[in-house]
Design a protein around this ligand. Sequence first.
Ligand code: NAD
Length: 462
Amino acid sequence: MPKMKTKNSAPPAETVPEVQEDLNPFHIAQRQFDTAVRYIPDLKTGLVDFLKQPDRMVTVEFPIETHDGSVRNFVGYRVLHSRIRGPGKGGIRYHPDVTPDEMRALASWMTWKCAVVDVPFGGAKGGVVCNPKELTKGDVRRITRRFITALGDNIGPHTDIPAPDVNTNAGTMARIYDTYDMMHPGRDNLPVVTGKPVEMGGSLGRREATARGCLFAVQRALARGVVDGLDTLSGATVVVQGFGNAGAIAAELFAEAGARVIAVSDSLGGIYRAEGVDPAQAVAHKADNGSVVGLPSTETLTNDGLLAIPCDILIPAALENQIRADNVHTIQARFIAEVANGPTTPSADRALFERGIPVLPDILANAGGVTVSYFEWVQNIEHEQWELDVVNRKLLAKMERATDAVIDMQHDIDSSLVKITGEHAARGVPIDGLGMVDLRTAAYVLAIKRVAKVALERGIWP
Ligand code: NAD
């Protein structure tokens, strides 16, 4: 492993947080929202409160009989953050660390993501507290069926539409559809869930959509000059944390696009190879051995070590809170593209911004998944199946437009800052801390404005 040295900045100062950083994902989502709202002076206070809080949270408890004959109880959640712009949309996650606040955060990020990429959905998210690694496939199938039954009509093709997330996949979505269809026989239920297998109404290109959308957004951002001296992926070095649905395919697509993927990791550790890791070999090794670790001709490293590798582009594609106040000083990437939701904390965001390391935020960088989910939903409603090149062409257009809109918003805010601070001051709003904005804040401002506009056009009922 080479000694790490940044290309684009002086060695970063040691960042030791004075107080314990608040890693509650919903607190983080609310701080991100509050930061952005300061740049929207004409947003009414009541509307701010309305947009910030989730509409509802459903908690369910249900038993299943596990493979060993015992009965175990599980807790599941479904949060609907907003239906202002359309039905709720968001994945279902199976993980031992699922909490109500994680679900609230992820649901709110879905609202802003759908607005950034301009698909007519609101935000939602669901999950079950469980560890699929300790369960059999049959156990997981029973959990899915009982969870969906317990949610009942809290999900539906025109109200709240699930999709895959951590530890769920097309097979899980097939079971969700089947369960819902059993509960609502004789109806056209295919659009109740997206990310289904292609044979049963899934969209071509959905499996790769999150990663492909990230690729398109990164390529556009580079072409727009977001990273000094890096305008193309050709020869760029890439590090990917998390090697699942999204991360493994991102590694493949970035390599196909001419980048060199030098390190990847999963929950058991990471692997490094200066000449490049072959993503297809890593996928095969993980399928046979349960982890990328041990792939021949690679060095093994920890996940902390992986984040610290000097590279052009770092792609966190695992879970929340991976880049924090306590490790941000180790980051030696020139650019970060967030495939995971919430991988960077606000303190880390600030430190990266100060060091000139741009972050393409989750609500833009991973929006390809929900975009093709929207395409799948439209195809189901219209009883159509689009060709792959049609899907990818439409995805490219959506991702480029969204990336442009976020970058333009950042420029607009920066150039009109004097005016904004003036208006805040006139309304008595504190202006301390208002300054040049990062891409996350720009994306939030864009999203909040879009959602608020529709809320006001619809009017507050009655
Ligand atoms: P997944 O379960 O398929 O993969 C997650 C991967 O992360 C696995 O390889 C796991 O081993 C690894 N991982 C877990 N903890 C880790 C750690 N501490 N360090 C390194 N690796 C770790 O999940 P996914 O669907 O690929 O989702 C990954 C992230 O992308 C999540 O934040 C999810 O919300 C986000 N996302 C996924 C989609 C999608 O379409 N699947 C869409 C948008 C966003």
